[in-house]
Ligand binder design. Structure first.
Ligand code: UD1
Ligand code: UDP
Length: 362
């Protein structure tokens, strides 16, 4: 790998977590690479704490773009990323997922003739109101290397006219991250004790998606559903709140009933919370996958999912946002036998991705 240079561009919590296995391999192979952080996420728990806990090298560049409207952050990112790419001249830019950071990274690169590798290509919710759907589609269609996590994702890409020669089914690097860290979590953290939660005796929640928390009625309705789940099953509901949701909850003056609110927790503690939960209720993409990988039933607090594999294997149900449907979905999933097979790969996705890049760029 000595004479090819790779730029890894990331900007948010899930990208740091899912690209960590890739960065680790690049490091261990002494590859010529650098990490560019857009600064989309900057709160310590969503950013710096992850680099420390996952023992990742600090980014060579941090553009410190911060928060703003979609156009403002994407525009600022494009300008900053282009400057760095022109200076560093990498052969390839690697991005992961579906955030504004990855769209900016891919677009800045492709316009100056640098090839793009998209990790987690081919996911579709078929809901174009989601900013993530726009980011995924555009990034897929300007990438040269499409690392699809499953054969379903590959089929979606083929259906959109993308050349088969550019698609590689690798598995999802989140499996690598979970396998690597779940044991470490057991040894290093003890969040159940700190939070007074008992194994398989609580529900875990995350909720942060724009379409859920920026809409007062919808956010209130989901919180009401979660409160009902807690009272009906007589178990605590623990919700580490994403900063976006915290801001909106205050702005809308929402009542969270008996739902227990907390700050976002570190990744190892969150894995431990997931692993020991009776049930997970979430609108997060990564959390749907992790629940499925760790054999914990999941209720998705959305109207659709770009992770249908989780539903097909019986690990997940799409509940929507009304209290009645959330309660009914929780009941269904609590009765499920959690013996499904993980559809996201064997935990070697990152190695595969690097091998493919080495072959392709040779
Ligand atoms: C972004 C991604 C979303 C992903 C999520 C992961 C886009 C369009 N959305 O959503 O796909 O699931 O990251 O967590 O890229 N904020 C802070 N501190 C931070 C980051 C955000 O306080 O470190 C607050 C700010 O008030 C900000 C709001 O959260 O305005 C939203 O942040 P933003 O980065 O726009 O989107 P996310 O909701 O984090
Ligand atoms: N996560 C975390 N602490 C928390 C909540 C989530 O470390 O308090 C991790 C979780 O394990 C998963 C990732 O954050 O790997 C998911 O990120 P998020 O839900 O923000 O984004 P999405 O996956 O929806 O894009």
């Amino acid at each position: 790998m000595s004479n090819m240079k790779i730029a890894v561009i990331l900007g948010t919590r899930p990208e740091i977590i899912k690209l960590a296995p890739v960065i680790k391999i690049l490091e261990s192979r002494k590859a010529d690479f650098f990490v560019l952080h857009t600064g989309q996420h900057y709160t310590r728990q969503l950013d710096r704490a992850l680099f420390e806990q996952l023992e990742l090298p600090l980014p060579k560049y941090n553009l410190e773009i911060g928060s703003g409207t979609h156009a403002v952050v994407t525009g600022r990112m494009l300008i900053g990323i282009e400057e760095v790419l022109l200076r560093e001249k990498p052969e390839i830019v690697l991005v992961e997922g579906d955030t504004n950071s990855i769209l900016a990274g891919a677009l800045a690169a492709v316009k100056i003739g640098i090839e793009v590798g998209h990790v987690e290509a081919g996911l579709r919710s078929y809901d174009r109101n989601m900013p993530e759907e726009i980011n995924r589609i555009l990034t897929d269609h300007i990438s040269t290397y499409l690392f699809a996590p499953t054969s379903k994702a590959r089929d979606i890409l083929l259906g959109e006219g993308i050349d088969d020669a550019n698609i590689y089914v690798t598995g999802n690097t989140i499996v690598d991250a979970v396998y690597r860290n779940v044991e470490l979590a057991r040894k290093k953290v003890d969040i159940l004790k700190t939070r007074d939660l008992k194994t398989k005796d609580y529900f875990l929640v995350t909720l942060h998606r724009q379409e859920n928390v920026d809409n007062r009625n919808r956010f209130a309705s989901i919180l009401e559903g979660l409160d009902k789940v807690s009272s009906t099953f007589g178990l605590p509901v623990f919700y580490p709140v994403h900063p976006r949701s915290a801001k909106m909850m205050t702005e809308f003056q929402l009542d969270h009933g008996q739902v227990i609110l907390a700050e976002p927790v570190d990744f190892l503690s969150f894995l431990q919370l997931e692993n020991n939960a009776r049930l997970i209720l979430t609108d997060s993409g990564g959390v749907q996958e992790e629940a499925c990988i760790m054999q914990v039933p999941c209720v998705t607090l959305r109207d659709n999912t770009e992770r249908p594999e989780t539903v097909e294997v019986g690990a997940n149900i799409v509940a929507g946002s009304t209290p009645g449907k959330i309660l009914e979905s929780a009941r269904i999933m609590l009765d499920r036998l959690n013996n499904w097979k993980n559809p996201f790969g064997d935990g070697h996705a990152a190695e595969r991705i690097i091998e493919i890049l080495v072959e392709g760029l040779r």
